[in-house]
Design a protein around this ligand. Structure first.
Ligand SMILES: Cc1ncc(COP(=O)(O)O)c(C=O)c1O
Length: 396
């Protein structure tokens, strides 16, 4: 089938929750994906920070194939080797935390919201249910996570909204302090806001949040769904600041393209969720967990975090050079391979032009070009993108 045939069919049968580009992908290898008409694209989006080892990495393919031939699913009434192995790896790298497995970022955040309320309920009283999040955050599309998301537009039409959420400007410690009351049980923030436009908080922000939360036994929860699994040059975004959360959520890149979500909690907080308090049929599925293990071991074996820091710095430098030349770029920011160019105008049409020239990335909050390439992206591939961007900027 051609792009056009697939799109015509999709229009008949798929609910339009996404404004999709007129292209259908059929194959991927490394940093490249091919559409149904055979056109190749270099992927600077990675399915939105998901295919961290690129497309169809041989170790991920091998892990999925082997596991699919061995055991595809059993209930969480039972233990499995891959689920325990992923939790062991994550615990060793993330504050000795304990894991709850689910299937997506929104579900991981739902688990975080539930554990925050349950922990507080068990220790204090029933009025301590408030959760503070930040404006322009993004935490998911379920009813709980749209309540947590600090953007009016995701809640519109879905009222009544789950009560108990307060939103304060990101990076503003004074506003956070003011919003905290005796009813607050948790703070949920992204270490770098992703959908909000790759917003890196001012130095000392996460540390300030940690201090405020400690003073009140309020849980500090980091949504690492987009920042996690190496994109910033560390496994987790919080490691840049050395500020350890009480609860952390992961999804997207963890299994390299297989669906997975995890909520990690410090052991004493994890106690709040006992048998029967939460669950997921598919959470921690053996095939997804085998893929996750392959991703994590490959990041280790191939020293990909060092590579991300190196290529990420090169990429940011290249964008800054373009910024000096083209006044339409008002800011270049990011960490590692989570990178953005902020424009003085909407950038949606530039994304389309880049696609026509064989590059994938996206535009968020209207004016921010966002790049989330796989951790294996190379300097020559970055050079190719920069050349294409320059040609597009020159046409403005
Ligand atoms: C920071 C953050 N949290 C949560 C989510 C929701 O993840 P999912 O789409 O897997 O539910 C996203 C998705 O973009 C995200 O960027």
């Amino acid at each position: 089938m051609t792009n056009q045939e697939i799109i015509a069919q999709a229009d008949q049968v798929i609910i339009k929750t996404y404004g999709r580009y007129p292209v259908a992908f059929v194959r991927g290898q490394g940093s490249t994906v091919w559409d149904a008409d055979g056109k190749a694209y270099t992927d600077f989006l990675s399915g939105l920070a998901v295919t961290v080892l690129g497309h169809c990495h041989p170790r991920v393919v091998e892990a999925i194939t082997q596991q699919a031939q061995t055991l595809i699913h059993v209930s969480n009434f039972y233990h499995t080797v891959p689920q325990t192995a992923v939790a062991t790896f994550l615990s060793a790298h993330a504050f000795g935390g304990k894991a709850f497995f689910c299937n997506s970022g929104a579900e991981a955040n739902e688990a975080a919201l539930k554990i925050a309320r349950k922990y507080s309920h068990d220790r204090y009283d029933e009025s301590r249910t408030g959760i503070i999040t930040t404006t322009n955050s993004f935490h998911g599309r379920t009813l709980g996570t749209i309540a947590a998301t600090g953007q009016e537009k995701v809640r519109k039409g879905f009222e009544p909204i789950l009560p108990g959420f307060t939103y304060v400007p990101y990076g503003d410690l004074a506003a956070m302090e003011q919003a905290m009351t005796e009813h607050t049980c948790a703070v949920l923030v992204e270490p770098i806001q992703g959908e909000g436009g790759i917003v890196v908080p001012p130095g000392g922000y996460l540390e300030g949040l940690r201090r405020m939360c400690d003073q009140r036994d309020v849980l500090l929860m980091f949504d690492e769904v987009q920042t996690g699994i190496g994109h910033t040059g560390y496994y987790f975004g919080y490691q840049h600041e050395g500020v350890v959360p009480d609860v952390m959520t992961l999804a997207k890149g963890l299994a390299g393209g297989m669906p997975i979500g995890v909520m990690m909690a410090k052991p004493q907080i994890a106690e709040a969720l006992g048998p029967g308090t939460h669950g997921s049929t598919f959470g921690g599925n053996p095939v997804s967990c085998s893929a996750a293990l392959a991703v994590l071991q490959t990041i280790e074996d191939e020293h990909l975090l060092d590579h991300v820091q190196e290529v990420g710095a090169y990429f940011l430098d290249g964008l800054r050079r373009l910024q000096q030349k083209y006044a339409l770029i008002t800011d270049v920011r990011g960490r590692g391979l989570m990178v953005a160019a902020d424009l003085d105008r909407p950038g949606g049409h530039m994304v389309v032009k880049a696609m026509e020239r064989g590059y994938l990335f996206n535009c968020t909050v209207d004016c921010v070009l966002r790049f989330l390439p796989p951790l294996i992206i190379t300097q020559p591939e970055v050079d190719g993108l920069l050349t294409t961007l320059e040609a597009i900027f020159a046409e403005e």
